[in-house]
Design a binder for this molecule. Structure first.
Ligand SMILES: NC(=O)c1ccc[n+]([C@@H]2O[C@H](COP(=O)([O-])OP(=O)(O)OC[C@H]3O[C@@H](n4cnc5c(N)ncnc54)[C@H](OP(=O)(O)O)[C@@H]3O)[C@@H](O)[C@H]2O)c1
Length: 299
């Protein structure tokens, strides 16, 4: 059987943190359109065809939007992750060939990671739902990327405050974890779609670098040319604090941040996937931490 060739790709949630990098990489190889909601405040380059549908993704409108599309890339907000089921079902009905779900984070097959961050189970369930569609002709590829290195550094999602030169170091700060830049993830998605058979129906781990919090801190100090104020915290205490915040109506975004860091920096959470990434399959080169940190500080 001849290998399927993808031409048309539609991207949902393209205006979020990851969307611009994915659009940029896909536009080099495919005819790309964007699906957005009526309530959306996102704006896109006029070079993209934009399809706007009702906020709750009605099936009839999805079917129309997915007509003649080969691939759906879903970059849905983590807060709306479960809506992907109805989007997948519509993709099957419309004859879409490949679905990329909104994973792009931690290993959702790792029991310890799920224990710290139960939201990962929702993502695992989405992949299970995709597996159930394989017999109906839909293929899928899910990407495990670790934290978005450049984006998370700038947004305080890794325990570093680049503006005030402060670092919150989890446990000893020496737990290795894999992490990817936005540009590498964009490339990974585009390259995977250029190799449909080798990448179908599987989770692909990709990374720019496998490093530790201490190594990142050293690079930040080197390039900012000043010492940083550091605080040591225990990930177990941060998990308890986060769960208390959920119970007492604290800021859920802040609470999630701590749970995410507990997975990122925790032992046996699958966050170091240096030995099992698919960089080679996709022709992706590992990057230099120093250069990435320098770029982030220059931004
Ligand atoms: N590993 C990491 O460090 C990391 C960091 C951030 C995100 N991620 C992952 O990357 C993927 C994309 O996340 P993101 O940060 O780009 O998401 P986001 O900015 O929160 O949202 C992306 C888009 O989702 C659409 N959306 C649909 N329903 C929504 C709802 N109820 N509320 C808000 N937005 C809704 C919106 O698109 P329209 O307005 O155009 O309809 C929105 O722009 C997710 O899988 C997420 O888990 C990973």
């Amino acid at each position: 059987m001849a290998s399927p060739v993808f031409q048309r790709v539609i991207v949902l949630g393209a205006g979020g943190s990851l969307g611009p990098a994915i659009l940029k990489a896909l536009a080099r190889h495919f005819e790309v359109s964007i699906l957005t909601r009526k309530c959306s405040t996102s704006s896109f380059a006029p070079t993209f065809k934009v399809v706007t549908i009702a906020d709750d993704y009605p099936t009839a409108e999805l079917l129309e939007a997915f007509k003649n599309q080969d691939v759906v890339v879903c970059l849905m907000s983590p807060w709306a992750c479960e809506s992907q089921k109805q989007i997948i079902d519509a993709a099957v009905k419309a004859g879409v060939k490949r679905f990329i779900p909104a994973e792009f984070a931690y290993d959702s097959t790792n029991a310890n990671a799920i224990k710290h961050l139960p939201a990962l189970q929702i993502r695992a369930n989405i992949v299970t739902h995709l597996q159930a569609q394989e017999s109906k002709g839909l293929t899928w590829t899910a990407f495990i990327t670790g934290p978005f290195l450049d984006w998370c550094l700038l947004n305080g999602r890794m325990g570093f405050d680049v503006v005030n030169r402060e670092a919150m170091i989890f446990d000893q700060g020496d737990q290795p974890f894999s992490t990817s830049t936005l540009a590498l993830i964009g490339d990974a998605v585009a390259r995977a779609l250029l190799q449909p058979e080798a990448t179908q129906n599987r989770r692909l781990f990709v990374s720019s670098v496998t490093t530790t919090q201490n190594k990142i801190l050293a690079a930040l100090q080197k390039h900012s040319k000043e010492p940083w104020k550091t605080t040591s915290v225990e990930s177990r205490t941060k998990v308890d604090e986060a769960n208390e915040m959920f119970k007492t109506g604290g800021d859920p975004v802040e609470a999630f941040k701590f749970l995410i860091m507990a997975v990122q920096y925790g032992a046996n959470t699958g966050s170091d996937f240096s030995g099992r990434d698919s960089n080679e399959l996709l022709g992706l080169v590992h990057e230099d931490l120093d250069e990435i940190v320098q770029r982030v500080l220059d931004d």
